[in-house]
Design a protein around this ligand. Structure first.
Ligand code: B12
Length: 323
């Protein structure tokens, strides 16, 4: 399916007329040698980014489909839920005990994985203040059978549903933290998140960055959606996890070949002082906007198939032990 789309994609001139003069890759700092905080680019208040009109155009393209509408309504309900204020009495526990409890509460409320990272200012978008010292990362997995239909409606519906779950888990966690007497801010992962979610996800052990620019996890592959809660509660920090993805992606071309607008590169690139897999924003965005949020790169990734990550990890471990 994606090969057919690849041959055909010619961006809509109405959308292209809204493109700003500045490249999204310049805003993102492609080729810059020095580290700096990221600039707002998308899914932020439209006035903060020259791509604001493109965000509005994306919404104008969403089909009037009952499944989409129902998923949007559910997410709106979750977004409207208010969380209780911080309790007057602050409870003190060891960082290890807080980590155990935070993970228990997150998993009980529907997360697939919870991890803890120490906040780094370079993750926070430059138009925001750096909030709190600790980041609780939340991962929810998308259903592969829905995801594999990308860029069709069932995949787009699954994305909205899992964003809803991300919002529910982060709100439940923030409520619980408030009840313990500590401040917390929940970010469900869609819209106006003040920071990048991928770098803390990598730091807290959710996995490695794939060639497609998303995190690949040892259990859920490329199917994760991310959300977070930021807090000053002193929680024990987790460690990164590497299991061979970096080497694997160098030799795999599934997402590169599957991406209709050719937005994925065969080699890592320098972005704001770090060499990493980088997605060409100017190529990715027009296709994303015209195809309900796309997600083909995740659907064609071999790591996304249930059961495959475990086999790949075994094979990669064998290969590295004979090197
Ligand atoms: C803007 C945005 C987009 C834009 C631009 C994407 C892009 N690559 O530039 C558009 C709308 C096109 C988009 C598309 C998609 N997105 Co998007 N997107 C975001 C958003 C809101 C902000 C990211 C951002 O500002 N990027 C711009 C600049 C700063 O990017 P960058 O410097 O290249 O940094 C990126 C990575 O390299 C990494 N990173 C940053 N610093 C560092 C440092 C080091 C050392 C390393 C290793 C990595 C790293 O984090 C950044 C994430 O894009 C995040 C949510 C969030 N708050 O983080 C979701 C997010 C990254 N998207 C996500 C996904 C899944 C998608 C799609 C598959 C759509 C879909 N239907 O789900 C596609 C895939 C496109 C692609 N191949 O990247 C997920 C990724 C989940 C995961 N498992 O990792 C996120 C985290 C949303 C979420 N809540 O789950 N997205």
């Amino acid at each position: 399916m994606s090969r057919k789309l690849k041959a055909k994609f010619i961006p809509n001139p109405e959308q292209m007329a809204l493109m700003p003069d500045i490249s999204g890759n310049v805003i993102n700092g492609l080729g810059e040698e020095k580290a700096r905080r990221p600039s707002p680019i998308y899914w932020q208040t439209p006035e903060l980014t020259p791509f604001g009109p493109l965000m509005e155009w994306f919404y104008s393209q969403i089909p009037d489909d009952e499944r989409m509408n129902a998923a949007q309504r559910d997410r709106a309900k979750t977004l409207a839920v208010k969380i209780s204020p911080v309790a007057q009495k602050k409870i003190n526990k060891s960082p290890e005990e807080w980590a155990r409890l935070v993970k228990e509460v997150g998993l009980k409320n529907g997360a697939n994985i919870i991890g803890i990272a120490r906040m780094r200012p370079e993750w926070v978008i430059e138009t925001y203040d750096v909030p709190h010292k600790t980041v609780i990362m939340v991962a929810v997995a998308m259903d592969f059978e829905e995801l594999r239909t990308a860029p069709e409606i069932p995949a787009a519906v699954e994305v909205i549903r899992q964003y809803d779950r991300g919002h529910r888990v982060s709100k439940a966690l923030a409520t619980w933290i408030h009840q313990q007497g500590w401040a917390a801010l929940p970010y469900g992962g869609s819209g106006n998140v003040p920071m990048l979610l991928i770098p803390p996800a990598l730091e807290c052990g959710f996995g490695e960055l794939g060639k497609h620019g998303s995190v690949i996890n040892r259990d859920y592959g490329s199917t994760l959606r991310l959300a977070c809660v930021v807090t000053d509660m002193p929680i024990k920090i987790d460690r990164p996890d590497a299991f061979g993805v970096d080497d694997f992606c160098l030799n795999c071309r599934a997402c590169e070949n599957g991406c209709p607008p050719n937005a994925l590169a065969p080699v890592k690139q320098l972005v704001r002082g770090a060499r990493k897999w980088y997605v060409d924003f100017d190529k990715c965005l027009p296709f994303f906007n015209e195809n309900m949020g796309c997600a083909i790169c995740l659907a064609v990734c071999p790591w996304s198939h249930p059961g495959v990550p475990q086999n790949l990890i075994r094979k990669l471990a064998k290969k590295s032990s004979v090197k």
